[in-house]
Structure formats: C-alpha cells, structure tokens
Write a protein that binds this ligand. Sequence first.
Ligand code: CP
Length: 303
Amino acid sequence: MRSVIDIVDLTAAEIDGLIATAEDIIANPAKYSEKCRGKKLATLFFEPSTRTRLSFEAAMYELGGNVLGFASADSSSATKGETVPDTVRVVGCYADIIAMRHPKEGAPLAASMYSPVPIINAGDGGHSHPTQTLADLLTIKREKGRLSDLTVGFCGDLKFGRTVHSLVKALLRYEGIKLVFISPDELRVPDYIRDELESAGADWLETASLEQAMPELDILYMTRVQKERFFNEADYIRLKDSYILTADKMALGKSDMCVLHPLPRVNEIPMEIDEDSRACYFKQVKNGKYMRMALILKLLEVE
Ligand code: CP
C-alpha cells in the first residue's frame, strides 16, 4: 500500500506514466468508466476547497467508483476532539482510498502512518499540494510539448503558496529548467525550498519586478496572496495586490508563453486576461481531474 504525501514520493518516471495514463483517459474515456466499480474514495477536507475536492470526486465517479466524505472540519467529529490518526483509521473501514486536506502542515503524513488505506495529500497548510503539481505538469506538457528546457516564473505569494513549493520540487528533476521567483520581500520562497534549489544546483533567481522577468518566461505561474496564512490582516492588505497581470504586462510576454494559476484567483488575474490564448488556467483545472483519475488507478493498483 502506498500513499502520496509529497510530489517526490513519485519518481519522474512514475509521473511520466501518470501523464501517459491521463492522456489516454482524455482520448478514450469509455475505456476507464468501470475501472473502479465497487471502490470508494473518501474526501476528508478539514479546510475549504472547490477544485481539489470536486475534481477528486468527479475523478472517482468517472472511473465508476463511489465517493463519501466531508467538506469541512465542522461537519466531522474533529469538532469533538477526534484526532487525525483516529479519523483515518475509522474512514479506512469504509473507503479504499482517502484524499485529505488539512490546515496543519504534516497532517496527511501523520494520517498515512495510521491509515489502513492509501492517503493522498490534497494540500497541507502552506507546505505542499502534490496533486495540483500533477495538474500543472500535465498542462505544461500539453501546452509546451515538454517538461524540460523551460524558463518558469512564479509570481505572488511564494512563501505560503504550497502549489509553488510542490511544483518547484517536481521541476528540479527535469533538464534545462530555469526558475524565476517574483515576489515582494516578505513573500519570498521559504528557506527549505532555497536549500533544495542549492543542493540541486538549480538555475534560479529572485526579483520583485514582474515586468523585468516577463520577456524571458515560457511559463508564468501566478498565485494568490494566501490571506488565511497571515497572522496580521494589515500585512495581508498591504501585500494582497502586489502583482496584477494586466494586458500591458501580458504584452511584455512571449507570444507562446503559458499562464498558469492553481486558482482560486482574487485580483491577480483580471477576467479580461481569460480571453488571451496564453491563459491556460481553466485547462489546468480540467487536467487536474484526469491526473487524479490516473493517480487513483495507480494507488489502487487497478490494471
Ligand atoms: N487549486 C486548489 O487547490 O484549489 P481549491 O483550494 O479550490 O481546491
């Protein structure tokens, strides 16, 4: 039995395999419609979500399986003091696989130590979000035709943005990747990610200027400033609109640049940008469902 808590729990070859499966699902959905008949996925979301929870649920339904779970800690016995280990030991009696989101970093890892069924980390605090990274990688592969030889800019809240941390770790395993981190000083990537960049010998730089970075980017990964992770509302208000991707800024980018965003967005990408052919964030949402289907099949060892 295997859980996925961090993106590096999957080898690069396994990620290539998941991408191949997802592309086959896209091409031949009927072939997969009964693969998980009789199986159940539990979605245990102790923190809000739209995309991740619903795409996991849609993924399991499209595989012919069933879904149970809760969408907030308030509607679970966590409010009565039940621990994460006890919760997953109980839910493991009802379901074959669990997708868990939790505000505390490390909670899905703790769950995986006690669960009788595989745990998938669906986002833990400001730490990591491996299945969002699977969605991001499939989108990059489909839009650019490759996962190597790319200059990738990450813009916004790089301190608390768990999707950034996971995607950086994944990209470090591919050749010819240059990473450009665009953020205010207070929201720079955390030290543990810098340590990973250094030990991997990565080609990376930091800047506060989106305008300066824009012309060299193949991928622009925009992020929301994570209000829920701030201790001080005044700091959030001061930083929340640090980067707004206006049409003027888009004009500085390559004609084949690809704009990603894990969503939800707040102000950082105005709706007018959605009409730009380089805006790929809604394709990214759909790709997330296919990669989660591929991951469920893999962890349930369905042929
Ligand atoms: N990208 C993402 O994790 O979105 P949700 O918070 O809506 O799941």
